[in-house]
Design a protein around this ligand. Structure first.
Ligand code: ADP
Length: 421
């Protein structure tokens, strides 16, 4: 049962072909710099050597055509005919309030995704381009949209309403939506499985620390609060995003530095976070190396980063009351032992702590206290593949994330981790 997973960015297409009958990865690739004469194509099919090519790729349809050719490549291909693809799962960034779960794509769904462009002007148009390209190239193959926001639909109003005039929520839909939902849902279900309990019985705090980063409070398999908000800018310090700041800084800086709305948006989204703090890099590996080599500036950046994570973990402890596990995922959460350790430092009195030795040796369970601390590789593509397979067979999601939790973890491990966001 071959399912194509498609993640379209404004100038990129990331894809995987999964065999969902046994949850294995058949092929994967990334096309970047779409719209230029020197787009970069990376592809790996099965055990064959990786392919890399630089050539003109005009648009997303062009890119999807290349994807299909790669999948049927004489040497590196993993299928013979397009018809072998029985379903396509698309990552869609923003589903607004319209979508509370993944959904089969039809004309009204496309119209609703289009309506959400106002909330995600860079991402949703690209997602739609990918959907329409697949419609043309793989006519008749069912498509499913899996939204970054959908898992957070269960957040209650007290957590999603901002302290702004309520009329602005009604008029413009200004509220917390949250993102990285597919990853939080996946690792929360994995955590329940590791703890040997049904998702419904488990409360976890999931920390997705990648280039983008967010934390979610998951109660019985349902998101009840998350650190990203109306946009992915809120919350944690990220690679290049500032996370929480006093909103009054924005008009102040616009006036003092004579910045347009677009310029301040770029400053907060692209030039802040770890890049802005260090002045050198948004790559946590480089930042940790600089700090180890004695750079005070890089040490400060790491302190600010970890302190913000700790503050949110503490906040979500208060939100959840009882917590069974803190989960780390994403490129940093999965790989950066010092960040895990420093983020939870000083919380031992609350039952949360990291065992230095287990943490350094990259075990799954690294806690030193009463509350489990888990390192779980995320796999959003697998989650999208599962949702697509479920919707193709006409299924609806069982309560919470129980369906994903019931899948054996060993199967999930066959697929490589891919951090997100
Ligand atoms: P994205 O959000 O773009 O999917 P990832 O989840 O892959 O990103 O995370 C990227 C981040 O993970 C980068 O900051 C990178 O430095 C960090 N990272 C990856 N491997 C390590 C490692 N071994 N140690 C520290 N940080 C790492």
């Amino acid at each position: 049962m071959k399912i194509l997973i498609v993640n379209c960015g404004s100038s990129s297409v990331k894809f995987q072909l999964l065999d969902m009958s046994n949850e294995t990865l058949l092929a994967k690739g990334l096309i970047e710099r779409i719209g230029s004469s020197d787009a970069i194509i990376n592809y790996q099919g099965g055990d064959a050597p990786k392919l890399r090519e630089v050539r003109e790729v005009l648009n997303h349809e062009d890119a999807m055509e290349i994807v299909l050719h790669l999948l049927m490549h004489p040497q590196n291909g993993v299928m013979k005919r397009r018809e072998e693809i029985v379903g396509i799962g698309h990552r869609v960034v923003h589903g607004g309030e319209a979508f509370v779960d993944s959904v089969r794509i039809d004309e009204p769904v496309k119209a609703a995704i289009e309506k959400c462009i106002q909330f995600a002007p860079l991402h949703n148009p690209a997602n739609l381009k990918g959907i329409e390209a697949c419609e043309r190239l793989l006519a008749g193959v069912p498509q499913v949209a899996v939204f970054d926001t959908a898992f957070h639909h269960s957040i209650p109003p007290q957590a999603y309403i901002y302290g702004l005039p309520y009329a602005l929520y009604r008029k413009h839909g200004i509220r917390r939506y949250g993102f990285h939902g597919t990853s939080h849902r996946y690792v929360a279900a994995q955590a329940a499985e590791i703890l040997g309990k049904p998702s419904e019985a488990v409360n976890v705090i999931t920390c997705h620390l990648g280039n983008g980063a967010s934390i979610t409070a998951v109660q019985g398999g349902k998101s009840v609060d998350t650190s990203m908000g109306f946009t992915p800018l809120e919350g944690l310090i990220m690679g290049t995003r500032c996370g929480d700041i006093d909103p009054a800084i924005i008009p102040y800086l616009m006036e003092r530095e004579n910045l347009t709305p677009k310029q301040i948006d770029t400053l907060l989204n692209k030039n802040s976070g770890m890049l802005g703090l260090t002045g050198t890099s948004n790559d946590m590996r480089e930042i940790l190396a600089e700090a180890d080599a004695g750079s005070e500036q890089h040490r400060l950046a790491i302190d600010v980063y970890c302190y913000r994570v700790r503050k949110y973990v503490g906040a979500y402890l208060a939100v959840l009351g009882r917590v069974d596990a803190v989960v780390f995922t994403g490129g940093i959460g999965e790989n950066a032992a010092p960040i895990r350790e420093r983020s939870l430092r000083g919380m031992e009195h609350l039952g949360i702590g990291v065992n230095a030795e287990k943490n350094r040796s990259h075990q799954t369970r690294v806690e030193s206290g009463r509350i489990a601390v888990l390192v779980i590789p995320t796999n959003e593509e697998l989650a999208i593949g599962r949702d697509t397979a479920r919707l193709l067979s006409g299924g609806s999601r069982p309560a919470g994330a129980a369906a994903a939790a019931r899948k054996p973890a060993a199967k999930a491990k066959k697929l490589p981790k891919t951090g997100k966001g």
